[in-house]
Design a protein around this ligand. Structure first.
Ligand SMILES: [Zn+2]
Length: 443
């Protein structure tokens, strides 16, 4: 049997050894074949290696893992909370049979090291169930393997879970409960927009008003929210204007149309929702709230109609939270605090991430990696929100001098807090570090 030869047979059955990770074969056309794949994989001593690898991946909460197989060994990288980290490499002696086990579990050919193969298998760890998507493909120097861990993401349900401060939540609810106008969500790709839309739409009065969503089925789906009717369209084949007319005949109170790419349609939707006094909710990709407004103008959205209808723009950025069990307090420089607009006399200390290179134990020796965050210093993410509610000065400037710096300055003068000011709330509370906030705002 080829498979047996490939793995070798140094020990007897070892599948019950190792960490408490339970593996399941998937992806074969029948249950019997999956079962046979699992039995075959369990014959290999590397079955335990795979369990050890996965335990480390689950403990560190990686949602993507890259394994680069070259002549020199196996380079390992984890993506945790949106950031890539290099991990200790592994040798080919244990790395090759481990990969063969994973391929077998995913019903792929373990001997194929060049052609692209894709499959998945299942794992269970501490009552949590994971689906592990495996993509392997030959490269110039060897083979690259990508593991995508489904089930590792943190679920947010409410605006509190998302880290939105109470005052902002109230303001936002007030805007979304207005009968008419334009409301815009904005974030960068991968910036958690879908989660925020779900959290905020859940906080609206969907049981008193009719919400209808028109969603481009070629783009990111609208997250599920109870009591919102979703109508999907295909921009290449559906007549959007026709569809919009039929939706308006239903007389909804609130229309949600995310990511409108056609300016003619955007203008039509805006005009009609103003005429019929509806609330129009849309979303677009932008770095901050002011930039979102400029993006709409660049799309040739009618500036008068836009400023007339605009109720608010909600923008967000994800930041990693400091690990509470290993974060370190420090006294920030008073000049820096002043520059950030914070009163130095009121700030006792900030927190920063643990640094394994400089933070030693009492005996002056390096400390073992923190159990809670796996030594990364951060654990999970929270969002920084800015809610721009345009006042008169900003509306005027949008029509007369629509330039980024001018608009930002006027917004600030009119009492708007941008992403930096909002992010500092998290820093002052010790939820995140100043370094992490800077990193998140630069991307
Ligand atoms: Zn920690």
């Amino acid at each position: 049997m080829v498979f047996k030869k490939l793995f070798g047979r140094k020990k007897k059955i070892t599948a019950l050894e190792g960490p408490p990770v339970k593996l399941g074969a998937r992806g074969a056309p029948t249950q019997a074949e999956n079962q046979a794949n699992l039995v075959a994989a369990r014959q290999s001593p590397a079955f335990v290696t795979v369990k050890e690898w996965l335990e480390d991946i689950f403990k560190k909460r990686a949602d993507q893992v890259v394994l680069d197989y070259t002549a020199a060994g196996v380079a390992v990288r984890y993506q945790v909370d949106g950031l890539w980290h290099a991990m200790p490499g592994r040798d080919r002696e244990s790395g090759d049979p481990a990969l063969a086990v994973m391929k077998k579990l995913a019903n792929l050919n373990p001997k194929e090291r060049r052609a692209k193969q894709q499959g998945y298998f299942a794992a269970k760890y501490l009552q949590l169930e994971f689906k592990i998507h495996l993509t392997a493909e030959g490269t110039k120097n060897g083979e690259r393997v990508l593991l995508e861990i489904e089930g590792a993401e943190v679920k947010f349900e409410t605006l509190d879970d998302l880290g939105m401060r109470e005052k902002l939540q109230e303001q936002l609810k007030e805007i979304l409960n207005q009968p008419s106008g334009l409301f815009v969500y904005s974030a960068l790709p991968g910036g958690g927009l879908s989660t925020t839309m779900q959290g905020t739409l859940r906080a609206t009065d969907r049981y008193l008003r009719d919400f209808v969503a028109l969603v481009d089925k070629t783009k990111e789906p609208l997250p599920y929210v109870e009591n919102i009717e979703i109508i999907e369209y295909d921009p290449s084949s559906d007549d959007l204007q026709e569809l919009f007319r039929s939706v308006m005949l239903k007389e909804p109170d609130v229309l949600i149309i995310p990511h409108i790419s056609d300016p003619t349609f955007f203008n039509q939707a805006l005009e009609q929702t103003i005429a019929e006094e509806k609330l129009l909710i849309t979303s677009l990709r932008a770095k901050d709230a002011v930039e979102a407004l400029l993006r709409m103008l660049a799309m040739k959205i009618n500036p008068e109609k836009m400023t007339q209808a605009l109720r608010g723009v909600l923008c967000q950025r994800l930041v990693r939270k400091l690990c509470l069990s290993c974060r370190r307090p420090y006294k920030p420089n008073p000049q820096l605090l002043q520059k950030l607009g914070l009163p130095p006399e009121k700030i006792q200390h900030f927190f920063r991430a643990f640094n394994p290179k400089t933070d030693m134990g009492e005996d002056g020796k390096p400390l073992p990696p923190c159990e809670v965050c796996g030594g990364l210093g951060y654990r999970e993410r929270t969002a920084v929100f800015e809610l721009l509610v345009p006042r008169e000065g900003l509306k005027r400037a949008l029509l007369q001098q629509p330039r980024l710096e001018v608009l930002r300055q006027i917004a600030r003068q009119e009492g708007h807090r941008g992403l930096l000011e909002e992010g500092l709330f998290h820093v002052v509370r010790g939820n995140t570090s100043l370094d992490e906030l800077k990193r998140a705002l630069q991307t």
